[in-house]
Write a protein that binds this ligand. Structure first.
Ligand code: G4P
Length: 530
């Protein structure tokens, strides 16, 4: 990964990234402050629902119902320091979800937020591993430094050991907890002082000349100053220095310390993204690498969101532009169906508003309203038959059967389920024998979310029940062999929402046996999202 000098300035100035964190570390608060400094909102507190009930289930449903919040939070664009930031949100609830992982295929970098008192938590580690698969550069923000936090060296050690990545301090905290007064900016030799009185105010910044500068005495109490000098000297001796190259290659993460709620350290982090963060990177396809500076427009769908407006059954496909300069009204080719598609009302997400996108460059995220033609993994090009690769589809780990409590609504239920399957919110299988559906998800909470969405968006109360099956495998092979196999195993066969054949079982032993007895057949746990 690198910043290529030949990029046109409009592309080079783009920064497309996501924030990864464990719930409660401060992602929402940090996002808000980004929008505040990006001029996208006037006041913090506009983006999220407030109060303790925020992450409870009912609140999640409310957010889903009032799609305004989650939608504007899906992808947000704003300008900062001459750069165009595209912040792609990862879903907030704590359950494992494929959505989160797919989001990471649409970004060029990630910010990892950790809580200074808690360090690296489980969800952070999972998400970090996904970033690593793609060698995404990662910037770290250690939040809540205004509270009692762990020793700075301990935090850094934990990241280095737990995540096996080098950590270079970009700033160094001065004092802890109540005594925390700010940070020493190690990259720019400045003192950043926190304003506890006004949470929306940017900290005072004092240019200094090293840690022996007499100016320091006027700002930092003697005992803290002494400790700061000692620690920074030790840090410089023990920890790697920031190297942009290693950062872009994903081997080293710069860490900033701050307090999102006090607006402290946020601006420095944002400066870090604009100064060092990667510009839009090339994307992989089955046939070749797509460079962002290529003249023709290409992009891929990484997320589909349905029922954003309950009055219209529309869907919005979120497209990451991979190359070129898109202009509204362009006719693109929808590669999967080989059909032309006039993109006349694409949407850009500017904080709380949706706005028509007149143009977009490689790196941008646009929303394309559609009636279901666009699916996750689909490519849009100016004619080339590209297939983007690397968009993961996870094997469902939990299967349950679902039924409408009112049998008259079965047909409607089918429609609702198919839509969620297209969104990538679940895998839906229709068994070859019998009625009803089997739904496969990766995390248990997804069943509850689905049940509430089906009820809210379609007015169909449903019941999920344990299924006799626990595993699903897609069956591939020569048509005659597949047909013979399917006929002989009718009780185990089902079709997914694309009509592809799936074998359902509860025994790994079954799968092993089939693979042994039918060398022509391939049973796969995942299916490419194309
Ligand atoms: P999340 O999106 O990662 O889940 O975290 P969120 O921003 O919602 O923050 C979780 C809690 O941590 C919130 O408190 C928030 O106010 C608090 N918080 C965020 N940044 C800081 C910080 O720098 N210092 C301190 N001390 N707290 C911080 P809450 O009580 O759950 O919500 P609220 O009632 O304050 O909104």
């Amino acid at each position: 990964m690198s910043n290529r000098p030949e990029l046109p300035p409009e592309i080079a100035r783009r920064r497309t990234f996501a924030i990864i964190s464990h719930p409660d570390a401060g992602k929402t608060t940090l996002t808000e402050k980004f929008l505040l400094y990006g001029g996208a909102i006037q006041m913090a507190g506009q983006v999220r629902a407030k109060g303790e009930a925020r992450r409870t289930r009912s609140d999640f449903m409310k957010m889903e119902q009032d799609r305004g919040i989650s939608v504007s939070a899906s992808a947000m664009s704003f300008d900062f320091d001459g750069h165009r930031f595209n912040l792609v949100d990862t879903p907030g609830h704590s359950d494992f979800s494929e959505d989160t992982y797919r989001t990471l295929t649409a970004v060029d970098a990630a910010i990892m937020v950790i809580d200074g008192a808690k360090g690296v938590e489980s969800q952070t580690r999972k998400l970090f591993e996904v970033c690593r698969l793609r060698d995404l550069p990662i910037l770290t923000f250690c939040n809540k430094m205004d509270r009692e936090s762990r020793d700075t060296f301990e935090i850094i050690d934990e990241i280095q050991e737990n995540l096996a990545i080098d950590v270079a301090p970009a700033s160094w905290p001065i004092g802890v907890g109540r005594e925390f007064i700010g940070c020493y900016d190690m990259l720019n030799d400045r003192l950043e002082l926190m304003d506890r009185a006004d949470r929306n105010r940017v900290a005072e910044s004092v240019k200094i000349d090293g840690l022996d500068d007499p100016k320091l005495a006027g700002h930092v109490p003697e005992n803290l100053l002494e400790k700061l000098r000692e620690e920074v000297e030790m840090a410089r001796g023990l920890l790697p220095e920031f190297s942009r190259q290693s950062f872009l290659e994903g081997h080293l993460t710069p860490i900033w310390f701050g307090s999102a709620i006090n607006s402290f350290g946020v601006r420095e982090l944002m400066m870090g993204i604009s100064e060092y963060g990667p510009a839009p990177q090339p994307q992989n396809s089955a046939s070749r690498e797509i460079a962002p500076e290529e003249k023709t427009v290409t992009g891929f769908v990484f997320k589909v969101q349905a029922n954003m407006d309950p009055k219209h059954r529309d869907r919005v496909a979120f497209v990451r532009m991979a190359s070129g300069h898109f202009q509204r009204g362009m006719k693109l080719t929808h590669v999967r169906t080989k059909k032309p598609m006039a993109v006349s009302n694409p949407v850009l997400f500017l904080a709380a508003d949706r706005e028509l996108a007149e143009e977009a460059w490689a790196g941008d995220i646009i929303g394309i309203p559609n009636h279901g033609q666009l699916r996750i993994g689909d490519a849009l090009t100016e004619g080339e038959a590209l297939r983007f690769t690397g968009i993961p589809s996870f094997a469902p780990e939990l299967l349950q059967s679902v039924r409408a409590t009112d049998p008259m609504k079965a047909k409607h239920l089918e429609k609702a389920l198919m839509q969620f399957a297209e969104e990538g919110a679940a895998k839906v299988f229709k068994p070859a024998i019998g009625s009803g559906f089997i739904v496969g998800v990766v995390g248990a909470l997804q069943f509850e979310v689905l049940a509430s969405r089906i009820e809210l968006e379609y007015g169909i109360p449903v019941r999920f029940e344990g299924s006799q099956f626990t595993s699903a495998r897609w069956v591939q092979g020569p048509k005659d062999k597949v047909d013979t196999f399917a006929n002989a195993n009718k009780g185990h066969m089902a079709h997914d929402h694309d009509g592809d054949l799936v074998y359902l079982t509860r025994l790994q032993w079954d799968i092993d046996r089939i693979e042994r007895d039918h060398p022509d057949l391939k049973l796969t746990a995942t299916k490419e999202m194309m």
